[in-house]
Ligand binder design. Structure first.
Ligand code: SF4
Ligand code: SF4
Length: 559
């Protein structure tokens, strides 16, 4: 450890840090474009210049190591002048097109120009013209004129994605970012360069020009594209999800997400094939009905079957709370056959983030009880027993199991099929009752990732269910759940419900006496009855997650 002074205040820091790292650790922001905590140091933007006593020239904070007794000034007159000169230099050729730039509102150059420059340029010549709207790869667009040559995108491809696809060509003010000959920016993590780019040079081909950043709200949640559960922000305008961006969590995903997760895990939320209300099959057709009728129908029909004629399939796409209450309902009915269908894609895994298990919660589903007591009650056996006509009623939550033709074939044999589904799919074609469930973007809940880390999922868009609940809640209670913002009141709202809440209603008509007012109530019961969750709470999980207890012994959920 060494003692250093920054802007008149003394700090004790590790001696292997650079000035910018030491400052960051102590809450002092030194402006920077090219430096990033998870990339190598390139030291080329020069905006992090600081003054160090006894050093004749200003030094760059990103590559100067701290030393005992070092006295650093980040705001002396020399520093302010130099920073202003660097910004003026960068802006010589940067187009002043903020009003039409996708990055406006979240652009480092725009922010620093407001904060640190004098707002005037002495440059009186034509700016250098470079290619605009360059399709760098399938997911990323480049505006070469906006590039400030920080090289973050190049270093990311080399060092993190391990796909050296980008480089600079030419010299001086004619330097251009481009791909290597014959290459595209095309790798599973290519879109991370969009957030890394401190200006609007790199934009998402999927999101560009869809919304201004100040028109959207963002919610901290987790990706459901695989068992990693990358921490992310979900961006919404008018109750429509428009983009997903990574959220830093060193224990899970650092600063990154994969392109698949970004692009393929939210479009179903906005899709035209959303199921808008519960449906019951009448005269061979699924007909929209009210919630009370659908729930009464399920309760009435299930009572007609013996407990060994019923089976349930939970879902590794669903939350711990949904799966827990399915287990509890089946315990209440005395049903032993319960499992879920795994979605493993062998070989589709790498050393950075992507997992073979393409579901967010197979660990959690097992942990809260969606697991057969023995193989005799497992998924393969359930399928065989349906084919043999021994299982006559099946309860399925949030998984399109009939996408597999072998399973679809078996479903034809059932007398009664209940399905929770958010979108039209193959499985509802066989269903007698379809219960319109909320997607992960519309509900509270927890997922347990492959590491055994329990992470919270929060609603970014609202449903009529939220309106009903929020109407009856005091403001203090709303705070606990994350106060809804004004965007919750606009846009299309669907009459869907979280699966745990649907199961709670089914249990009520089947004689169970449960008392859950919120998802948190369900989680608290999980934490008090399942030893691996002991000691956890929504508060403890927070925004970064918390690990399951290591020395756990699993207990069976009681009805
Ligand atoms: S495109 Fe963006 S990230 Fe890449 S070098 Fe230019 S400014 Fe930096
Ligand atoms: S690695 Fe998995 S969890 Fe992370 S962004 Fe990709 S799909 Fe989502």
């Amino acid at each position: 450890m060494v003692k250093i002074t920054i802007d008149g205040k003394q700090y004790e820091v590790e001696n292997n840090l650079t000035i910018i790292q030491a400052a960051k650790q102590n809450g002092i922001h030194i402006p920077h474009f090219c430096w990033h905590p998870h990339l190598s140091v390139s030291g080329n933007c020069r905006v992090c210049l600081v003054e160090v006593e006894k050093m004749p020239k200003l030094v760059i904070a990103c590559s100067t190591q701290v030393a005992e007794g070092m006295v650093v000034n980040t705001n002396s007159e020399r520093v302010v002048q130099a920073r202003n000169a660097v910004l003026e230099f960068i802006l010589i050729n940067h187009p002043l097109d903020c009003p039409i730039c996708d990055e406006a509102g979240e652009c480092k150059l725009q922010d620093y120009a407001y904060k640190y420059s004098v707002g005037q340029s002495r440059f009186d010549f034509e700016k250098v013209r470079k290619p605009k709207r360059v399709e760098l790869g399938p997911n990323v667009m480049l505006d070469t004129e906006r590039c400030i040559m920080c090289s973050r995108c190049i270093r990311f491809c080399d060092e993190v994605a391990k796909k050296p696809q980008l480089t600079f060509t030419q010299r001086g003010d004619h330097v251009e970012l481009t791909t290597f000959p014959g290459e595209q920016l095309d790798n599973p993590y290519s879109m991370n360069v969009i957030e890394l780019c401190p200006v609007g040079a790199l934009t998402s081909r999927d999101f560009r020009f869809k919304a201004r950043v100040w028109d959207m709200s963002s919610t901290d949640t987790v990706c459901v594209g695989c068992a990693r559960g990358c921490n992310m922000k979900m961006w919404v305008r008018n109750n429509e999800v428009l983009r997903l961006t990574p959220r830093n969590n060193p224990a899970v995903n650092d600063y990154w997400m994969c392109d698949y997760g970004r692009l393929n895990t939210f479009k179903h939320v906005n899709a035209a094939n959303r199921i808008k209300a519960p449906m019951v099959r009448k005269d061979g057709r699924l007909v929209e009905v009210g919630w009370d009728e659908a729930i009464a129908k399920v309760g009435f029909e299930l009572k007609n079957f013996k407990k060994n004629e019923i089976a349930a399939l939970g879902s590794a796409y669903s939350t711990n709370e949904d799966n827990y209450l399915l287990t509890k309902l089946m315990n209440h009915l005395g049903v032993k056959r319960i499992d879920f269908v795994p979605h493993i894609r062998k070989g589709e895994q790498d050393d950075l983030l992507i997992r073979e298990d393409k579901t967010p919660n197979s660990v959690g589903a097992r942990e809260v009880g969606v697991r057969p007591e023995s193989a005799e009650f497992g998924f393969a056996s359930i399928l065989n027993e349906i084919k043999a006509g021994n299982i006559k009623a099946l309860y399925v939550i949030d998984d399109d199991i009939a996408a597999d033709p072998v399973i679809a074939d078996a479903l034809l044999k059932l007398d009664f099929l209940v399905v929770h589904a958010s979108n039209e799919n193959e499985t509802i074609k066989f269903a007698d009752v379809v219960l319109a469930s909320s997607t992960y973007a519309e509900k509270y809940g927890t997922f347990t990732n492959f590491q055994g880390r329990v992470q919270r999922n929060k609603p970014a868009i609202s449903t009529l269910e939220h309106d009903r609940i929020l109407d009856g809640m005091a403001l203090s209670r709303l705070d606990k759940f994350g106060a809804p913002n004004d965007r919750w009141t606009t846009g299309l709202k669907r009459d869907t419900r979280a699966s745990w809440r649907i199961l709670n209603s089914i249990a009520a008509v089947m004689g169970a006496k449960w008392k859950y007012n919120s998802c948190e109530d369900v989680f608290n019961e999980i934490a008090s009855t399942i030893s691996s969750f002991k000691g956890l709470s929504f508060l403890k999980i927070g925004t970064g997650g918390a690990m399951l207890n290591k020395n756990k012994e699993t207990v069976t959920v009681k009805s």
